[in-house]
Design a protein around this ligand. Structure first.
Ligand code: NDP
Length: 330
């Protein structure tokens, strides 16, 4: 069936300016790190992508190694474009990244020009795209001169492979240095992608101030702490949850009785506010003016609907913020 997107898809989503650039991003973006790989059910992915776009989610976030297997999320996204979304390419902001291990040998990892350019060429092929809107260096690489990595990002824009560039997982000082090099090359850093959630607040310790000062946008990943800041784990680990499915995955070591107890208490604050814990967690990260967007993951359509519902959240009262701080500090 041909896809006909919702006519009113732009009516309710909030679009925020990315730093001091001209590009606006939806307050909620969809990431394809998990659930869009080669082993996942394509028809479910298709339903999620369609629903996201219908709700005004114009930004889809990928990376070379999303899957598993590596590369398969980009292949899935290529199929989603072919089946449904390609007629709307100019309404989409598509990002990819390189910086983690992708292929064997010395040229498939980290931050060399050799790796970044080759990796993006592979990503474009997998997605069937001429260019991505945003290309990120996925993590800092202490072994490669920053000038080389930033020079590669500048080249990637000048060669037409990306419209904008971003940094991910860079600390404040690394960000300042990288941003200065990019500015001097004439390719300003558009955006930074750090982790941020009620359970992971490192960016409050300098990075947010740096991004403000540099005029760089901020899209925060894992705002639900991979699902722990939802009602998913309040009564144990369901088999069909990320933690239940991926034993030994990146979430496994992060689940503790202490975190679940805090999530239960945070859930009570959310209930008082008349919303789900996941929605409060998203409202909490988005309350900061520096945060342009929260990039969520989803395994089903209803989770995307929940996330967009968070945009109707009431403002936090000082009492609610204090209650949250007390729970996090206890
Ligand atoms: P989240 O913290 O949003 O976790 C998403 C998971 O939480 C879902 O897959 C789902 O898990 C669960 N969930 C979501 N909504 C609900 C809900 N309403 N009720 C119950 N459970 C819910 O983000 P991710 O960790 O998935 O990361 C999001 C994106 O961030 C990635 O796709 C990627 O684009 C980006 N990212 C970037 C990184 C980087 O280094 N730059 C690193 C990691 C992520 P379940 O399967 O259990 O249903």
């Amino acid at each position: 069936m041909d896809y006909c997107p919702a006519e009113h898809r732009y009516d309710t989503m909030k679009y925020n300016r990315t730093g001091r650039s001209g590009l606006k991003l939806p307050a909620i973006s969809l990431g394809l790190w998990q659930n869009f790989g080669g082993k996942d059910v394509f028809e479910n992915d298709r339903l999620m992508a369609r629903r996201a776009f219908d709700l005004g989610i114009t930004h889809f976030d990928l990376a070379n190694n999303y899957g598993p297997p590596y590369g398969s999320a980009e292949e899935t996204f290529g199929r989603l474009l072919t089946k449904d979304l390609r007629p709307f390419r100019d309404e989409l902001v598509i990002s990819s990244k390189a910086g983690y291990d992708m292929w064997p040998g010395p040229y498939g990892d980290r931050g060399s020009r050799k790796y970044l350019v080759a990796s993006l060429d592979q990503s474009l092929k997998r997605m069937g795209l001429d260019y991505v809107d945003i290309f990120y260096h996925h993590r800092p690489d202490p072994e490669t001169p920053l000038e080389e990595t930033m020079g590669a990002l500048d080249f990637i824009v000048r060669s037409g492979r990306a419209l904008y560039v971003g940094l991910s997982n860079y600390k404040p000082e690394e960000t300042r240095k990288a941003a200065a090099i990019l500015r001097s090359l004439g390719t300003p850093c558009l955006i930074h992608q750090p982790s941020y959630s009620l359970f992971n607040r490192w960016i409050e310790d300098g990075l947010l101030d740096t991004l403000d000062a540099e005029g760089i946008g901020c899209i925060v990943f894992s705002p639900l702490f991979q699902g722990l800041l939802t009602d998913r784990y309040l009564d144990g680990i369901p088999e069909n949850s990320r933690a239940g499915r991926n034993h030994g995955g990146t979430l496994t070591g992060k689940i503790s009785d202490d975190k679940i107890e805090r999530a239960r208490r945070l859930n009570l604050v959310a209930q008082e506010r008349g919303q789900k814990l996941s929605q409060m967690a998203l409202a909490w990260v988005l309350r900061r003016a520096t945060v342009t967007s929260a990039v969520i993951g989803a395994s089903r359509v209803s989770q995307i609907e929940d996330a967009v519902g968070a945009l109707d959240s009431p403002a936090f009262t000082p009492e609610q913020l204090a209650a949250i701080e007390a729970i996090l500090a206890s």
